[in-house]
Design a protein around this ligand. Structure first.
Ligand code: ZN
Ligand code: ZN
Length: 345
């Protein structure tokens, strides 16, 4: 365990504060409680407040919830992973068995439970879980050369576990290799024995390699179980005109609609270039912005509210992923494809 530092305390306090803000928002928008409370729970997990996180997962899973859950298996999987992290192994395992038995049709729950098993050195079980997930989600044994984007974390996780188990490549592994883009190949990335095969006999190098693998696992978990989208606010032309007419001081922020759209694309490209994952665009409307300002006890003319409004819409699950495919409609609703509109290079 690392020693507690003041910086970590500040970090924990920020996570708890954000969790509480999200819980309040969930009170205002019960229809979005699943997104908001899952994210609040993730912040509590990051703050080390695991029992409080469990309570939120339980609240979502309780039968009295206002709206049926969109992805109950994902909430259960997150609950199990969290429980296991603070010593409730038996309960976690029982939930994991239950999640696997329902054979979810989305990759998230599979990946969360497989990674929980992997993190606790249950490599065989992690392997079986990833394999069942790949079978359920692709319905083939690796023949589909272009599996959906969302299935990739399953194939990559499975590849990682199989490398650690010393298994020979199968069709899915070859597929995972082919789909991987990055400076280092997946085989190199996933080979804990790499330094030995290169002739090294330095145990420190091996340990470094294993911690790098662990860090990669952490990275995937962060992306999947902690989906904090970074979203930029988009005002459609009519809404922007109405906004600026009602709150003229905001005209400094938004000189013209065209410039507003160009700024959105530029901001997202910059974030992407700096390696920020999970980017999106949220669409603003004047009434929803005014309601948000009122809920924060502030006036809509306050510029500092705009990014908070964007974050809140994103945490309510309102972000559309960016970038669209070049052949998909542009996010700005011009009617042109992204490749011919704001996606032009
Ligand atoms: Zn490979
Ligand atoms: Zn466009």
């Amino acid at each position: 365990m690392r020693p507690d530092t003041p910086a970590e305390h500040a970090d924990s306090a920020a996570h708890v504060a954000e969790a509480e803000r999200l819980e309040r928002t969930a009170g205002l928008y019960p229809q979005d409680a699943e997104h908001l409370l899952s994210q609040a729970a993730a912040h509590l997990e990051l703050a080390g407040e695991r029992a409080r996180a469990s309570a939120l997962y339980d609240r979502l899973l309780s039968s009295g919830a206002a709206v049926p859950l969109e992805n109950p298996a994902l909430v259960r999987a997150l609950k199990a992973a969290n429980l296991w992290e603070y010593g409730h192994e038996a309960e976690a395992r029982a939930i994991i068995d239950g999640v696997r038995a329902t054979a979810p049709r989305t990759p998230g729950p599979w990946v969360i439970v497989a990674e929980a098993l992997e993190a606790h050195d249950e490599l065989q079980e992690a392997h079986e879980t990833f394999t069942r997930a790949a079978t359920v989600l692709t319905g083939t044994a690796g023949e589909d050369p272009e599996p959906p984007q969302e299935v990739r974390p399953v194939l990559v996780g499975r590849h990682r576990v199989r490398r650690m188990l010393g298994e020979a490549h199968d069709a899915w592994d070859t597929l995972a290799d082919g789909l991987h883009t990055g400076p280092v190949s997946l085989d190199e990335l996933h080979d804990p024995k790499r330094v030995w095969s290169l002739g090294s006999d330095d145990p420190a190098e091996l340990r470094a390699e294993i911690s790098r693998l662990r860090a990669e696992l952490g990275g995937y978990r962060q992306q999947l179980s902690r989906p904090f989208p970074v979203a930029v606010l988009h005002w459609p032309a009519g809404e922007l005109a109405e906004l600026v007419a009602a709150y003229p001081s905001l005209a400094a922020e938004y000189p013209s609609h065209e410039e507003h759209l160009a700024t959105i694309e530029a901001a997202l490209r910059e974030l992407a270039a700096s390696g920020t994952p999970n980017l999106g665009i949220v669409t603003a409307t004047v009434p929803s912005y005014e309601a948000f300002a009122a809920s924060e006890g502030a006036g809509p003319a306050e510029v500092s509210l705009l990014p908070q409004y964007a974050t809140t819409l994103a945490s309510r699950g309102r972000a559309r992923p960016w970038p669209p495919a070049a052949t998909d409609p542009c996010w700005c609703s011009s009617g042109r494809t992204y490749g011919e509109c704001h996606g032009v290079r």
